[in-house]
Every structure is written in C-alpha cells, then in structure tokens.
Design a protein around this ligand. Sequence first.
Ligand code: GTP
Length: 211
Amino acid sequence: MNIKGEVADIIYKILILGESNVGKTSILLRYINDTFDESAISTCGVDVKCKYVSFDNKKIKMNIWDTAGQERFRGLAKNYFRGAHGFIFVYDITNKESFDKLKGWMKDAKEKIQDDESFKMIIVGNKKDCENKRKIEFQRLKEFGEENKVMYIEVSAKTGEGVDQLFNDFVHELLKYRKIGTYKVDQVEERTYSSLEKSLISENKHENCNC
Ligand code: GTP
C-alpha cells in the first residue's frame, strides 16, 4: 500500500546496481510511476527517487538510488554505497555478460560497506518478456542466488511482471532483519547521508512523493 506523508517510522537506503542497459532505471520507473519508456536515456551519475509504503503498521520511506552502469561512472557510484541497507543487483536475461559481471558488482558493494553495517542483497534478472532471446536460464540464477545466499527474482520492467513483488519481498526481508535486532529503528533513522547525498535527494524530489 502506498502512503503519502512526511513522517516515516523507518527509512531505508536502497541502491540499484548493474551493467549499463540492463534496465535499472526502467525497473525503478515501473515501480514508482507504473510507466515504461522504450527509449530510456542512460543514467549519468546517480538519481534518487523515493517511495512511501506501509508494512506491518509501519510507514516506510524507501530512498532508492539509481546508479549509472556505464564504466566511466562506476567509481562515482561507489561513493554512495555507505549507509545502504539494501542492494538490488540487476542483469539482463538476454545478455550473458551482464550476468557474469554480477560478481564484480557484489564484491564492490561488500568492500565498501563497513563491518558494522548490515545489509541485504537481491539479484534481479530483467527483460523477462524477451523469452526468445534468453541467454541465462532461471535455473542458473537460482543456483547463483543459493550459492551466494542472496534472494533472486526475474522481472520485466516492460510488462511490469514481478516488479512490485521484487520491492515488496525485499522490504519484508529488510524488516525481518530489523525485527530480529540487526536494525533498530533508531539506528536506521540515524544512518546519515553526506550533505551531497542530502542535496541530491532534495534535488530529485519526485512529484508523487514528499521526500
Ligand atoms: P544505464 O542508465 O546506462 O545504467 O542503463 P539502465 O540499466 O538504467 O537501463 P535502462 O532502464 O535505461 O534501459 C535500457 C534499455 O532497455 C531501454 O531501451 C529500455 O527501454 C530497455 N528495457 C528496460 N527494461 C526492459 C524490459 O523489461 N524489457 C524490454 N524488452 N526492454 C527493457
């Protein structure tokens, strides 16, 4: 359920990472606006959108950071990893290289996060609508997810299939961790953003939300 309002019980910082052209921005726009653009423009640097949801009687604000997949922006994206509660790693099921490079993205995230910070990850195979061009079978994703003890799902930003489930399941997982004590509400709220990050969040206010 979506809610509007300034007050949130919990704030989560979630980053979307992966190679260029896999559909990171498209997944986010499908989730936030329920729209899809065939001619989406490549992200430069980073873009932040937010969404309020309600789970278990808690108002949750998700600040979702859409990073650029192009190699030249990769170093920049790493600057925003700090304080993240969750990472969404996206590949394109029709592009083997984008799947093979997941390990590198996951390594980058693990290296940047400090030891005392807990975070969750999910691997997302996008473009599920392109079944006839599929290069990575679902079984391969399943094995990779289980091997790395990471959640996984296939979606299509184009048709919308799986996109809500992706975010709902992920937030449930983040909440589960908070409940068993890994995250206390205060700690979640206190995860600080740098002033640059704060200005980015306010610059990218989305019309459907009250960031
Ligand atoms: P960067 O900003 O360069 O990192 O790319 P990105 O990962 O954000 O990809 P983006 O969302 O810009 O999508 C890249 C291209 O793939 C666009 O032409 C989209 O229209 C297309 N695309 C994204 N998701 C899907 C999908 O689920 N199915 C199909 N068929 N095309 C998609």
